[in-house]
Design a protein around this ligand. Structure first.
Ligand code: NAD
Length: 272
């Protein structure tokens, strides 16, 4: 890519597309004017959100492919066959890199839906991409090249971390890092509710809870210490943390979280 701005198209301009587009712009990989997004005609809010980024915002999918070097398929999974259906017999040059973020839609299914010259990479990002703290993984389709993988890595690293994985892991990745922010949000809300119950002002409680979750995540990531070791470090004998941990273990926090990842993974398989 050598510093050149990429022309990036989004088929589907909703929450995930907007998070990624904002991240690419903030990271300097694209500008509003090098981005185009298509939405359902009824989705006025997303059409406006793309305009607000300085991007082109339309209601047809073929021009998105025509005008882009990289096309990001970011419609809901059940819409993927409808949105890509327009392309197959349109006669347009689809010899582009297609990244799909659609949950549960495999590289094989994408390759069957797209014209045969398309090169496919399946991605699972998450919405903290909006603040350049996303966790993304990708799987290369059969025709994707090493250069395509490098472009994908560069795009995804501009909005957080990025790792190449094996396709059979994608449902578990979706359950962990794709859905994970939602689980962490309710944990943050619960931490803050606990603080409020014990007399803290709500705004202070949210700030402390969010910073605590972020700091603990950074400790695990940056020190590379086992989370159990870090937990032991903050747990003094007979102290308040040990009492709090006992309560969480009694109420089955670990088991509930493990069960949530298992249930969400199974749900991904059903949706696919
Ligand atoms: P969303 O509902 O916010 O956005 C979907 C977009 O598709 C809307 O802009 C809608 O106008 C557009 N659309 C509908 N029909 C269309 C059509 N025929 N042609 C073109 N555009 C059309 O959904 P989202 O949360 O952004 O999810 C999009 C994809 O991202 C999904 O496949 C989801 O699995 C994946 N994903 C989402 C998250 C997340 O946290 N939201 C995380 C990882 C992956």
């Amino acid at each position: 890519m050598s510093g050149k701005l990429l022309r990036i198209g989004f088929i589907g301009g909703g929450k995930m597309a907007q998070a990624m587009a904002k991240g690419f712009i903030s990271a300097g990989l694209a500008k509003g004017e090098t981005i185009i997004g298509s939405c359902h005609p009824s989705d006025l809010a997303s059409l406006q959100a793309f305009k607000d980024l300085g991007a082109e915002s339309i209601t047809e999918n073929i021009p998105v492919v025509e005008k882009s070097e990289v096309v990001i398929v970011s419609v809901k999974p059940h819409i993927v066959p409808i949105a890509l259906g327009d392309l197959k017999n349109s006669g347009i040059d689809a010899g582009k890199l297609f990244l799909s973020v659609a949950m549960g839609v495999t590289t094989c299914q994408l390759e069957q839906l797209l014209p045969k010259e398309a090169r496919v990479i399946r991605v699972m990002p998450n919405t903290p991409a909006l603040v350049q703290s996303g966790a993304s993984v990708f799987v290369k389709g059969t025709a994707a090249t090493d250069n395509d993988a490098n472009i994908t890595r560069k795009l995804l690293q501009s909005i957080g971390t990025c790792e190449e994985v094996m396709e059979p892991w994608m449902d578990a990745v979706t359950a962990l890092s794709g859905s994970g922010p939602a689980y962490v949000y309710i944990f943050i809300e619960a931490l803050a509710d606990g603080g409020v119950k014990m007399g803290l002002p709500r705004d202070l409680a949210y700030r402390l809870a969010a910073q605590t979750v972020m700091g603990a995540g950074k400790m695990v990531r940056d020190t590379k210490q086992h989370p159990g070791v870090l937990k032991d470090d903050v747990t003094s004998p007979g102290g308040s943390t040990a009492t709090g941990l006992h309560f969480l273990e009694e109420r089955g926090l670990r088991s509930a979280v493990i069960g949530a990842i298992e249930a969400a993974t199974e749900r991904c398989k059903e949706v696919a």
